[in-house]
Write a protein that binds this ligand. Structure first.
Ligand SMILES: [Zn+2]
Length: 117
């Protein structure tokens, strides 16, 4: 299961801020609006689902985005927290699977015994 960066793609009729990037989906032509921080990321078109590379606006340096380290760190921590949660759940599922396999083994033994009689 790959961790995906979720970026909200707003409908064109929603309020467009100066900092938003407006571009068209190359596949279906739908007008997409995304926060400037989405520049250079790949998002899925809200209409046809095609992965679309968000253009970097003229005069905007992608490095400018890196200056907002507080925001990035917050996202990183959130992602890592989620990851740890998933890891724990996976571990619990593995234990449960082992229990079920054990129970299945016992049942198979019982069935095998029953067939012999
Ligand atoms: Zn599209």
């Amino acid at each position: 299961m790959a961790e995906e960066i979720e970026q909200e793609v707003e409908a064109p009729e929603a309020e467009i801020r100066d900092t938003d990037i407006v571009f068209d989906c190359p596949q279906c032509g739908k007008s997409l609006v995304i926060d400037y921080r989405g520049a250079g990321l790949t998002i899925n078109c809200s209409d046809c689902g095609t992965p679309v590379l968000v253009p970097i606006p003229d005069g905007m340096d992608i490095k400018d985005l890196d200056l907002d380290s507080g925001e990035i760190l917050k996202q990183l921590f959130a992602t890592r927290k989620n990851y740890q949660k998933v890891e724990v759940q996976l571990q619990q599922l593995k234990v449960r699977l082992e229990q079920l396999q054990e129970a299945l083994g016992v049942m198979q033994d019982v069935v095998a015994e029953g067939l012999k009689v």
